[in-house]
Design a protein around this ligand. Structure first.
Ligand code: ASP
Length: 311
């Protein structure tokens, strides 16, 4: 069974296909009966989460598994157990898959080294969040009328990701998938919230107007204050003034530009209420699609044969 560690390894067309089946099952038809399997899927959430955790819990239930949610405070991590020993323990109990959210970049790779069951990265530090990128791409794919997912279907589209790029696993994973689909991706952040080195396949700017001009998609990011070692922002008012996605700034974008945000949103900081609640906002659509995308990924990871490269 493969692990799901990075966006780069996701078989996007196959996952879109599976997500479509689940979207139809869960929206257009009466729900098929669940087929309980008397087995567990573990959700190790060592950082707070609402959307990702709820979507993976639903995914486990929809596939017939019981979700076992373990947080750092409520598990043996609090007694000093290492991540790898926790994974070995869960494997020994026959857990079928482990969904892992962890504050440290690379933790899912460590877990994968010792796990028999697939490890699904649900966000590792400021590094990657592959299923968020998948659901964001899936949201755009539906929005643009389901173009051929094997083609460079975002080619000619400008996507501006604005905010705390430095600490954003969402930006990193999204960049991988969006660039793969042919988009022109702009990463826009204040100088102190830029990554240390430019990320490949992206345009970098400090100027939100430059990023937003003629954009087809604008994605706002939350300021990851929990990952900021010291005050990287002189003041929030200046951030609002220069980077908040509000109606007036959006006039620079294409008239049919849509707005995204991975959540949780901080209203009035990175995005105005007016924009967050406007018809051009895809924020709740992203949340809904997160369930279809995650059940697709979990199903695929648990069914697909183990590949040598995925270890
Ligand atoms: N929910 C996303 C994540 O876990 C974005 C955020 O927290 O700002 O990375």
């Amino acid at each position: 069974m493969p692990h799901v560690l990075t966006a780069a390894e996701l078989p996007v067309p196959e996952l879109f296909h599976r997500a479509e089946i689940w979207r139809k099952r869960l929206t257009e038809q009466p729900m098929p009966p669940l087929q309980p399997k008397a087995a567990l899927v573990a959700l190790l959430f060592y950082e707070p989460s609402t959307r990702t955790r709820a979507a993976f819990e639903q995914a486990a239930v929809l596939l017939g598994y019981h979700p076992l949610v373990l947080t750092a405070e409520a598990s043996s991590v609090a007694k000093g157990e290492s991540l790898q020993d926790t994974v070995r323990t869960l494997n020994a109990q026959g857990i079928r898959a482990i969904v892992l959210r962890h504050p440290q970049a690379g933790a899912p790779w460590q877990a994968a080294q010792v796990s028999e069951a697939p490890i699904l990265n649900a966000g590792d530090g400021a590094h990657e969040h592959p299923t968020q990128a998948l659901l964001d791409l899936y949201t755009l794919w539906l929005h643009y009328g389901k173009p051929d997912p094997t083609a460079r279907w975002l080619s000619g589209r400008k996507i501006a990701i604005v905010g705390d790029i430095r600490h954003s696993r969402v930006a990193r994973s999204n960049l991988i998938l969006m660039a793969q689909a042919g988009a022109e991706v702009w990463l826009c952040a204040p100088p102190t919230l830029q990554p240390d080195a430019p990320l490949p396949h992206a345009h970098h700017t400090h100027d939100a107007d430059e990023a937003l001009r003629d954009a087809d998609v604008v994605m706002a990011l939350r300021l990851q204050t929990e990952r900021m070692q010291q005050g990287l922002l002189p003041n929030l008012d200046a951030y609002r003034r220069d980077y908040q996605i509000h109606a007036e700034r959006l006039r620079l974008a294409k008239p049919d530009c849509v707005v995204m945000h991975p959540g949780p949103i901080q209203r009035g900081v990175e995005i105005s209420d007016e924009v967050a609640d406007s018809p051009r906002s895809l924020i709740l659509t992203q949340v809904r699609n997160g369930v279809y995308a995650r059940v697709a990924v979990l199903e695929w990871a648990m069914e697909a044969p183990k590949t040598p490269s995925a270890g």
